[in-house]
Design a protein around this ligand. Structure first.
Ligand code: ADP
Ligand code: ADP
Length: 236
C-alpha cells in the first residue's frame, strides 16, 4: 500500500525551477533512498514531503503530494500536525540545548502531555527504539551536547519518534558520522522500517544498496529513474 503519492510536482525558487514534474509512489513501511549528484534537487524534494519548503520565501509548488490519501498542500492542512506525523532528521545532529530527557520530552510536551510518568515512558520507549537507551539511561539529565555525534544523531531520531510519526524524512543523516556510528544508524533504520516509512537522501550508493528497498535517482531537478534497489544494484 502506498503512503506517499507525488503527482506532477514542480517547485520554483523564485523564477528558478528546481523540481520538474516529479512523480513517485512510496510504499508504507519501506525505505526509499534518494540519490544523485549535489544540487540535483534531492533535499528540495525531501522537504516537499512535509512542507518544509514553506519556510523559504519565494517558493512556489505545483502538483500534488498526497500523504495517507490527503493532499498536504490543501489550505486546511495543519502544518504542525503534518510535521508531527512526518518527522525529519538532518545531516548535522541538531539536538536542542537541553538535557537528553528534555530533548525527547519536547515534542510530547508541545502536544500537551505533562504527566511525568507518561513522559518518562515516552522517553524510555523512544530512546529504546533508537537503540540509545542503554547508553544514556543513567545520564538523562546531562546536556544532549555531552553525547558523541553518533549518539546525538540517534537522539534526534528518538526525538522524532517521540511524537508518533508515520514517516521519517532523513537528509544525509550519516554524512557527518564515523563508519561505526554510520553502521549503527543503518542497522537502526532497517529495524525502524518495520514500523515507519523512511525516505532518505544519501550520496552514498553503497548505503542505498545496503538499506533501501527502492532507489530514486535525481538529475538536474528530474526524477530520472526509480525502482527496486536490488534490481538496480548488486548489494556489496
Ligand atoms: P541536493 O539536495 O540534490 O544537493 P538541493 O535540493 O539542495 O539539491 O538543491 C537543488 C537546487 O536548488 C540547487 O540548484 C540549489 O542551488 C537550489 N536551491 C536549494 N535551496 C535553495 C534556496 N533556499 N533558495 C534558492 N535556491 C535553492
Ligand atoms: P539545519 O541542520 O537544516 O540547519 P535547523 O538547525 O535549521 O536545521 O533546524 C532544523 C529543524 O529543527 C527546524 O526546522 C525545527 O523543526 C527544529 N528545531 C531546531 N531548533 C529548534 C528549537 N530551538 N526549537 C524547536 N525546534 C527546533
Amino acid at each position: 500500500m502506498s503512503i506517499i503519492e507525488v503527482t506532477d510536482l514542480n517547485l520554483f525558487y523564485g523564477e528558478r525551477q528546481a523540481l520538474f514534474n516529479v512523480n513517485i509512489s512510496i510504499e508504507d513501511k519501506s525505505i526509499t533512498a534518494l540519490i544523485g549528484p549535489s544540487g540535483c534537487g534531492k533535499s528540495t524534494f525531501l522537504r516537499t514531503l512535509n512542507r518544509m519548503n514553506d519556510m523559504i520565501p519565494g517558493v512556489t509548488i505545483t502538483g500534488t503530494v498526497e500523504v495517507a490519501g490527503n493532499n498536504i498542500y490543501e489550505d486546511n492542512i495543519d502544518v504542525e500536525v503534518l510535521r508531527k506525523n512526518i518527522g525529519m532528521v538532518f545531516q548535522q545532529p541538531n539536538p536542542f540545548p537541553k538535557s537528553i530527557y528534555d530533548n525527547i520530552a519536547f515534542g510530547p510536551r508541545l502536544h500537551g502531555i505533562t504527566n511525568r510518568s507518561e513522559l518518562d515512558g515516552i522517553v524510555e520507549t523512544s530512546l529504546k527504539a533508537a537503540v540509545l537507551w542503554d547508553e544514556v539511561k543513567d545520564v538523562l539529565k546531562k546536556p544532549a551536547y555531552s553525547l558523541s555525534g553518533g549518539q546525538q544523531q540517534r537522539l534526534c531520531i528518538a526525538r522524532a519518534l517521540a511524537v508518533n510519526p508515520q514517516i521519517l524524512l532523513m537528509d544525509e543523516p550519516t554524512s557527518a558520522l564515523d563508519p561505526i556510528s554510520t553502521a549503527k544508524i543503518e542497522e537502526l533504520l532497517v529495524e525502524l522500517k518495520k514500523k515507519y516509512t523512511i525516505v532518505i537522501v544519501t550520496h552514498n550508493m553503497q548505503q542505498a544498496a545496503r538499506i533501501s528497498g527502492v532507489t530514486a535517482f535525481f538529475l538536474n531537478g528530474y526524477l530520472i529513474e526509480s525502482g527496486e534497489t536490488d534490481k538496480i544494484f548488486t548489494a556489496p
